[in-house]
Design a protein around this ligand. Structure first.
Ligand code: NAD
Length: 283
């Protein structure tokens, strides 16, 4: 494949997406409005490569080659030579709508515009562009270098050719693609978020402590991580944003976000990335 990748958003997901594409040999333009986020992303990718080298999954010499394939940019203009744009900016509808209308203008006519959104409608995002047949969901899991799954989500107008190309692309970076249709939360978050929300209700009502809720799900259900620790890992702001989409999009009160989750987000306790969420994280 001769694709050139642009990854938009250098946060938790964007740095992982840039990492796996660069590791598979693709040139990657990593774009973020925040120079800090770009510097942090490069640092994180370097540390994750070091871990892979320690495990024997990569050679020490691969480090510079992988990082060398990633160029950093603070302007959207960097999508101008991409064949595939993967957007991984903050989970906010209006922001993603604006980004897609901008990249539709700036990216080459043939480029696929993919979004890593966790829940926002691919069809609505595609509607902000003049090329809805080339817009698709490419939903990586966190942490991207480790997790096998990519949910590939077809919007109403997504073409079969773009679906096929995206599936091949996911395979080219060693992932397992699974097709989903465009309904709020797709498959992964339609099922995961109600569980996380229910865990928050259990915490709010004092059914158990955070530790006991997580331990029940780990030891009782064989989950590798408890739902509250997982929520911290995803980001409580992202969890809340996804629940809002499920609640609005499906119109069922069973998806109403737990008031305690709202409170944590209002306080700025976003989870691991901010140092404090349900649990506290020291550097
Ligand atoms: P994050 O908060 O870690 O990073 C978001 C990044 O987007 C930030 O660096 C921010 O500076 C950047 N950004 C904001 N506005 C921008 C703009 N206009 N142009 C370029 N960059 C901009 O968030 P994240 O956890 O990486 O999530 C990113 C996307 O991935 C969201 O859509 C989220 O729903 C999705 N996602 C998240 C997870 C997860 O576990 N966190 C899993 C799968 C998918």
């Amino acid at each position: 494949m001769n694709d050139r990748i642009a990854v938009l958003g250098a946060g938790q997901m964007g740095n992982g997406i840039a990492h796996v594409f660069a590791q598979a040999g693709f040139p990657v333009s990593l774009i973020d409005v925040s120079k800090d986020a770009l510097a942090k992303a490069r640092d994180t990718i370097g540390r994750n490569i070091d871990r892979q080298v320690k495990k024997g999954a990569l050679q020490a010499g691969d480090r510079e080659a992988i990082l060398g394939r990633i160029s950093d940019h603070d302007s959207l203009d960097a999508v101008s030579d991409a064949t595939i744009v993967i957007e991984a900016a903050t989970e906010q509808k209006e922001l993603k709508f604006r980004i897609f209308s901008d990249i539709d203008r700036l990216a080459p006519a043939g480029a696929i515009l993919a979004t890593n959104t966790s829940s926002i409608s691919i069809t609505e995002i595609a509607g902000r562009t003049q090329r809805p047949q080339q817009v698709i969901g490419m939903h990586f899991m966190n942490p991207v270098p480790v997790m096998q799954l990519v949910e590939v989500i077809r919007g109403l107008a997504t073409s079969d050719a773009v679906m096929q190309q995206t599936i091949e692309l996911a395979k080219a970076v060693g992932k397992t693609p699974v097709e989903a249709n465009d309904y709020p939360g797709f498959i992964a978050n339609r099922i995961l978020m109600p569980m996380i929300n229910e865990a928050m209700f259990c915490l709010m009502e004092g059914v158990g402590t955070a530790e006991s809720i997580d331990t029940v799900m780990k030891l009782g259900m064989n989950h590798p991580m408890g739902p509250l620790a997982l929520a911290d890992f995803i980001g409580l702001d992202t969890c809340l944003a996804i629940l809002e989409v499920l609640h609005q999009g499906l119109g069922d009160p069973k998806y109403r976000p737990c008031p305690l989750l709202r409170k944590y987000v209002a306080q700025g306790w976003m989870g691991k990335k901010s140092g404090r969420g349900i649990y506290e994280y020291t550097k």
